[in-house]
Design a protein around this ligand. Structure first.
Ligand code: PMP
Length: 417
């Protein structure tokens, strides 16, 4: 039984979408590149809500792009950025600066094992570029291994690691081996982690000299559709990679900072400790910020080269990042992700029992996927039918998403008031 649904949609008496867009065109100007033909014109963000130029309010269940985990313009983060802006807006890691130092210290304290040295960059792509550079420099090998269906960035080298053709364009991609992703739903071996790990060994045996630079994976493939890797997979593969002289990189751009609910870092769900961890998105709650954390041993090899960039470790972003770490702990966001995420999964599974069009419900914490199919046995993806299906599901999904999101934010909002 669905819980009673007494939520009244926010009354909207504004102009139609076309009227709004006519106005927007002049506002946006033709020189701005946009992903959508008719993008929303967002003018304000307050915690879980976004407002467009017509005053319409949206519940931002996408959290920016899986980024604004603490809410838009969160007061404590806003205050930290504002105060730092008044003092110093630009510095790099070629200076000593206490905000950068404090942030690095706080971040390193969140890491397990010997992951103690922090490098600051500006995005997830840059973090993965740097991680790949570290792997190659440290091992002296070239070959990188990444999973099919992975997204690791949009820069030339990281597109090489990415294995989703909709994102690719012709670039020279050398020395990257894309192995089978251990996808329990679509993968040929179901949840049999050992069989997928054999594929990694095969690639090393037949596609390389026997030595590799590194392996990179997300514990839950985000852009690939909330695909959680088969349990035990990373442990087996980390062993294989280490034996082949490589290092293991965890891409925590989406899975980090408690988003999986059960753990602070996604790799912990697989019981491994990587040699290099990359992060972005949630680290700055929307600020352009990324980081790579590694061991002193790898860092000492990196130290043989010049490594800093103009904006990495920017004090305003660092002050924001430091506040994010505080807010995540203080407001117990990880526990909250676990709480709301399991509720969301439960309700989506409830839907799945009633609708054949839902082939799979999966994920962890607030990285949850629902896959639509036209045929459950063959798992044929629903494409053209999707719009119709969404229309059919609308009442239910809206109810469930509404409950999930309200539950997610109600505690936070009440704390703030
Ligand atoms: N890694 C993962 C797992 C991502 O999801 C993304 C962004 N979607 C990136 C790397 C690249 O991050 P950015 O867009 O900040 O370059």
């Amino acid at each position: 039984q669905l819980p009673p649904f007494d939520h009244q949609p926010h009354p909207y008496n504004g102009p139609s979408a076309d009227e709004v867009f006519a106005k927007r065109k002049t506002f946006l100007g033709p020189s701005v590149f946009h992903y959508y033909k008719k993008p929303l014109n967002i003018v304000e963000g307050k915690m879980q809500y976004l407002y467009d130029d017509s005053g319409r309010r949206y519940l931002d269940a996408f959290a920016g792009i899986v980024t604004v985990s603490c809410g838009h313009c969160h007061p404590e983060i806003l205050n930290a950025i504002t105060e730092q802006s008044k003092l110093l807006q630009h510095a790099t890691t070629i200076y000593l600066h206490h905000t950068i130092g404090d942030f690095a210290e706080a971040l390193a304290a969140k890491m397990p094992g010997n992951l103690k040295v922090v490098y600051f960059v500006n995005s997830g792509s840059e973090a993965n570029e740097l991680a790949m550079m570290m792997a190659r420099l440290y091992t002296g090998n070239l070959g990188m291994i990444s999973l099919r269906n992975a997204y690791h960035g949009g820069s030339s080298s990281t597109l090489g690691l990415t294995a989703l053709n909709s994102w690719k364009y012709p670039i020279p991609e050398g020395h990257v081996h894309h192995v089978m992703n251990p996808d329990p739903y679509h993968g040929a071996f179901g949840t049999d982690a050992a069989s997928y790990a054999n594929d990694v060994q095969d690639h090393i045996d037949y596609g390389t000299s026997g030595k590799v630079a590194g392996f990179i994976a997300e514990s839950i493939q985000g852009v690939g559709g909330a695909v959680e890797l088969a349990p035990g997979y990373l442990k087996l593969v980390y062993d294989i990679i280490h034996k082949a002289g490589g290092v293991c990189i965890a891409d925590e751009v989406q899975t980090g900072f408690g988003r999986t609910g059960s753990h602070y870092w996604g790799f912990e769900t697989q019981g491994v400790i990587p040699d290099i961890v990359t992060m972005a998105k949630g680290i700055g709650n929307g600020l352009p910020l990324g980081a790579v954390v590694t061991t002193p041993e790898i860092a000492s090899v990196m130290a043989q080269k010049i490594q800093f960039n103009t904006f990495g470790g920017n004090p305003v972003c660092s002050a924001g990042g430091l506040a994010v770490l505080r807010v995540l702990d203080k407001e117990k966001r990880q526990a909250h992700c676990a709480d709301v995420g399991s509720y969301l999964l439960e309700r989506l599974r409830f839907l799945m029992e009633r609708h054949d069009i839902i082939g799979n419900v999966r994920g962890r914490g607030l990285m949850v996927g629902l896959e639509l199919v036209t045929d459950r046995t063959n798992k044929t993806p629903a494409k053209a039918e999707t719009a119709v299906v969404f229309e059919k599901l609308r009442g239910y999904t809206r109810t469930i998403l509404f409950y999930a999101c309200e539950a997610l934010f109600s505690k936070i909002t009440s704390k703030q008031s």
